[in-house]
Ligand binder design. Structure first.
Ligand code: RFL
Ligand code: PHB
Length: 389
């Protein structure tokens, strides 16, 4: 088979890129290792920046997002004693939209036939070849039959463990990494949220987040040491812990229910640079990971794809090779700012095991400063709502 762009991975990055290229009349094929139901079963992000919403709008795939997405004008930081509201709308004139990654992925998946986007699911042993050249190709097997796709560009949208990043020689890249000594234990339940806006809490027993997917479906997280296992956390133990960490005001409104999903995700900051090598562009988690504290992962995948689609359109329509060459530095400029924000919010809102009284005093002072400074709140709000692309 021959195409212009071979996209590896049909998560949000791969599907968004596929749709944007189709809309520009650029040929592409998406290869995904998993079956569609598996992709939709992953419970992940919940908060969309305006940039991500705008991409769905541009594609004309935002009907359900508009109808079911919850517009949030603010969120809250709790520190045991007080609740600091960050008035995103008042401070930036913008808002975020609560709409699950699962739903966004479903919208992109359901539109593929109508838009002529070819996605090959259950593609095994995907391998990239000759990415340093102008004639790369990708091999895989489907139902045990070996296949080959010749293309001009490969887009690596295959998440943090995919083969794309690994195809780039270590000698030409730099990896930046920070691991955190805890993970987030998440619970999804069909109960109304305890608050109409998100609450991020820093409690002496640890971090907690009250989030949601809809007015009837809640998503909560607590941080746990990496040694913990989901089996150690029956639902009631999680609800008890949430009630303590989120504080009495929120606890009074927590409605408990059986978990639909429960999992532990380790926290990590990671950047792989550059995000392009020869004819391979990396987008989304394939190139970077942020801890979920800033709700930036999916949104960064969307902004990468925005830059990639723009570069590929210039390249295929006008033969502009510079656009491809400039992709990595454009994308990384935004990535690093999101890395900084996610790292600093993680630092502020979690109790690190190695912290002593000084580090805790710094957290208290910073929360105190944020609660009393419009400038500090504006800085948080403009990062949370998403920096311009
Ligand atoms: P994905 O979603 O991992 O998709 C990659 C796809 O590539 C496929 N793949 C392969 N395909 C072919 N061959 C191979 N060998 C392959 N290997 C892998 C995979 O099956 C998959 O379908 O990456 P993408 O598209 O870059 O999207 C990134 C986002 O998924 C991720 O950043 C976010 O979910 C992160 N994240 C959040 N982001 C936000 O913007 N806001 C949030 O509120 C938010 N909350 C979260 C999160 C991530 C979490 N976890 C579980 C890490 C909350 C959590 C708990
Ligand atoms: C979520 O609802 O899953 C969620 C919300 C905000 C975050 C991370 C995750 O910062």
């Amino acid at each position: 088979m021959k195409t212009q762009v071979c996209i590896v991975g049909a998560g949000p990055a791969g599907l968004l890129l596929g749709h944007l290229l189709c809309a520009e009349g650029i040929e592409c094929v998406v290869l995904e290792r998993r079956p569609p139901d598996y992709v939709l079963g992953r419970i992940r992000a919940g908060v969309l920046e305006q940039t991500t919403v705008s991409l769905m709008e541009r594609l004309g795939l935002d009907a359900r997002l508009k109808q079911e997405g919850l517009v949030h004008d603010g969120f809250n930081l709790a520190d045991g004693e007080r609740l600091i509201r960050i008035d995103i709308a008042g401070l930036t004139g913008k808002h975020v939209v609560v709409y699950g990654q699962t739903e966004l992925t479903r919208d992109l998946m359901e539109a593929r036939e109508a838009r002529g986007l070819e996605v090959i699911y259950e593609a095994a042993d995907v391998t990239l070849h000759a990415i340093h050249s102008d004639a790369p190709f990708v091999t895989y097997s489907k139902n045990d039959v070996p296949q080959r796709i010749d293309c001009r560009i490969v887009a690596g949208c295959d998440g943090s463990h995919g083969p794309s990043r690994q195809a780039i020689p270590a000698a030409v890249a730099t990896e930046y990494e920070r691991e955190y000594p805890f993970g987030w234990l998440g619970i999804l339940a069909d109960v109304p949220p305890c608050n109409h806006e998100l609450i991020y809490a820093n409690h002496s027993r640890g971090f907690a987040l009250a989030s949601m997917r809809s007015e009837r479906r809640s998503r909560y997280y607590i941080d746990v040491p990496l040694t913990e296992r989901v089996e150690d956390w029956p639902d009631e133990r999680i609800w008890d812990e949430l009630a303590i960490r989120l504080g009495p005001e929120a606890a009074a409104h927590i409605i408990r229910g059986p978990s639909l999903e429960k999992s532990i995700a380790p926290l990590r900051s990671y950047v792989f640079a550059p995000m392009r090598h020869g004819s391979l562009l990396l987008c989304g988690d394939a190139a970077h990971i942020v801890p979920p504290t800033g709700a930036k992962g999916l949104n960064l995948a969307a902004s990468d794809v925005h830059y990639a689609a723009e570069a590929l359109t210039k390249f295929f329509k006008r033969g502009d090779g510079e656009a491809i060459a400039g992709y990595s530095s454009r994308a990384l400029a935004r990535v690093w700012k999101a890395e900084r924000f996610s790292w600093s919010l993680t630092r502020l809102m979690h109790r690190f095991p190695e912290d002593g009284p000084f580090e805790r005093a710094m957290q208290v002072a910073e929360l105190d400063y944020i609660s009393s400074s419009r400038a500090a709140q504006t800085s948080i709000a403009e990062n949370y709502v998403g920096l311009p692309v």
